[in-house]
Design a protein around this ligand. Structure first.
Ligand code: ADA
Length: 531
């Protein structure tokens, strides 16, 4: 199977007027978010990306865009997606062999009028009208193997379950090769179990990767297992503590189309600091992010897009179906990454109302149907009122004690830790791992007013260190994802976000250009003590 990469410089434009779409007035890089540019940023509207593609016959086009995207081929609509950040595939007949026009129209328009929307105006991260990842196209060739999924079954025996998909008529035989050894022929089958020859386990210390080639299609995978045992998470049979960050995939210059070199450096910073965990907040993670986590040895919580959904939304059938569709696509797409240990969904949703129970149960089932080998989780903000924890494998809460209260004075640090400790105690009868999915406070990069002054780097460092020490020194916690790795674009106009100076969520321990704040240095020093 041969994908043609369509990245490069496309015709492009941004307009606030739907009547003018498609609107192109200059050239722009793809992957890219034209509304990250000065002059477009902060405006609601439509971005059009256009280029010529030379191909013909039945094809499959794949891309990741946001928030909503519509695809046109020679002026005819061939697909639409409401699932921002989801890797979508569009199958169509490209027509005669020769040059054709590909047009992608996407928007950054969030709305609270439609309950089925996955992102509402109050979401605390900027939604870009862009093409977030590589655009690829391939010809449909009957009998061609198009997907190979590898499910590790045992880190002791190296046994794996393999699922194979192909176009149209099944191939006569499968030619199977692990790690580029001489292919072994076998009768064609959609599923089989086998042992990887001379296998090496994927671990945090030695993230060994393998490759599997079937009829010319090569995928990478890792042999590791993850499961819950009471309040522990076991990686390869050993209990682990997850320490790391929430990372928004964003950059002021590139929007949500963060170049690979910046992604690689972000994850390398996190790994070098001594962390082992990354929560990909709050949407499906792009392939390269997971590739880097695989290669560096980081454990990932990959998550469907749905931020702060309301009581009405969790009861809305379209919203529920859309959530399940996007989570299935996320799992299906990212199945071979050993770094991914948890599939997440419904960040800070209305988990205190009855309809949420059914939605969480269905989401958990969908994940397990696609992938029985990983855990499920959601980050709750409904505290002791949450009635859905029993339907996900890991219990996780987002905690900002003392930051969002109405006090201007910092709460006593011990009060904050006492508050945090209430929750693993309250939920201990679930007998599930308990993870702090978010905790942290904001600091303006360069503000050194001292540890008693909110918004200073020192105040943030003191807060983060108190939460980190609490988690490191108490077995009730299976881990912590600090909120957050880098400062991330949010919205400056939303009244709720008076706490978003510059239109950023400033809770990064590094700023938007990845320049460390005092909190980053404090965490680095603390984690050195663990070595
Ligand atoms: C919530 C939310 C995050 C961010 C955070 C904050 O926990 O899940 O996306 O908005 O609050 O910074 O307040």
């Amino acid at each position: 199977m041969q994908w043609e990469n369509l990245d490069g410089v496309w015709q492009c434009g941004f307009t606030r007027d739907a009547e003018k779409v498609p609107y192109v007035d200059h050239a722009y890089a793809v992957p890219g978010c034209v509304d990250a540019e000065p002059g477009c940023f902060g405006r609601c509207g439509y971005a059009s990306y256009k280029r010529t593609v030379v191909i013909g016959g039945p094809v499959v086009l794949t891309l990741t865009a946001g928030l909503h995207s519509t695809i046109y081929w020679d002026g005819c609509k061939i697909g639409h997606s409401d699932l921002g950040w989801t890797r979508e595939e569009y199958r169509f007949d490209a027509g005669e062999e020769g040059p054709h026009e590909l047009l992608v129209v996407c928007d950054n328009i969030t709305s609270d009028k439609d309950l089925s929307e996955l992102v509402w105006p109050n979401a605390d991260f900027y939604v870009f009208a862009g093409i977030y990842d590589s655009v690829q196209i391939r010809r449909v060739i009957s009998g061609e193997v198009t997907r190979v999924a590898v499910f590790p079954l045992s880190e002791i025996t190296g046994e794996v379950r393999v699922k194979v998909e192909w176009e149209g008529v099944a191939p006569e035989q499968l030619f199977v090769s692990f790690d580029h050894a001489a292919p072994q022929a076998m009768p064609c089958t959609a599923e089989f179990t086998t042992k990887v020859p001379q296998f090496k386990v994927w671990s945090l210390e030695q993230p060994n990767m393998h490759s599997l080639t079937i009829n010319g299609l090569t995928v990478r995978f890792g042999i590791r297992t993850v499961r819950c045992e009471g309040r522990h998470i076991l990686l390869n049979g050993k209990s682990i503590k997850l320490i790391g960050y929430n990372r928004h995939d964003t950059h002021p210059q590139f929007g949500a189309a963060v170049p690979n070199a910046i992604v690689a450096n972000d994850l390398l910073m996190i790994k070098r600091q001594g962390c082992n965990f990354l929560r990909g907040c709050h949407y499906p993670q792009r392939e390269f992010i997971l590739d880097m986590a695989d290669e560096l040895g980081l454990l990932v919580w990959d998550e469907g897009l749905s931020w702060g959904c309301s009581e009405e939304q969790v009861a809305d059938p379209v919203f529920c179906d859309r959530n399940i569709e996007q989570v299935r696509k996320m799992v299906h797409r990212s199945i071979n990454h050993p770094s991914v240990i948890m599939w997440g969904f419904l960040n800070e949703g209305a988990m205190h109302v009855e309809p949420a129970v059914d939605l969480v149960r269905r989401l958990n089932e969908a994940c397990k149907e696609e992938d029985p080998t990983r855990l499920t989780v959601y980050a709750s903000k409904t505290g002791t009122g949450d009635i859905c924890h029993e339907y996900a494998d890991v219990c996780s809460l987002n905690m900002y004690p003392g930051w969002y209260g109405d006090t201007q004075e910092p709460d006593a640090w011990e009060d904050i830790c006492v508050f945090l400790r209430m929750f693993p105690e309250f939920f201990k009868d679930l007998n599930k791992p308990y993870l702090i999915g978010e905790s942290g406070v904001a600091a303006i990069y360069g503000d050194h007013d001292g540890p008693e002054v909110r918004w200073s780097e020192e105040y943030q460092a003191a807060y983060v260190m108190n939460v980190l020490n609490e988690v490191l020194t108490h077995d009730e916690y299976v881990g912590l994802a600090i909120w957050q790795f880098c400062d991330a674009r949010s919205y400056v106009w939303n009244p709720k976000h008076t706490q978003r100076p510059r239109g950023f969520n400033n809770k990064g321990v590094v700023n938007e250009y990845r320049q460390p704040k005092a909190a980053w240095n404090a965490v680095t020093e603390r984690l050195k003590q663990l070595k």
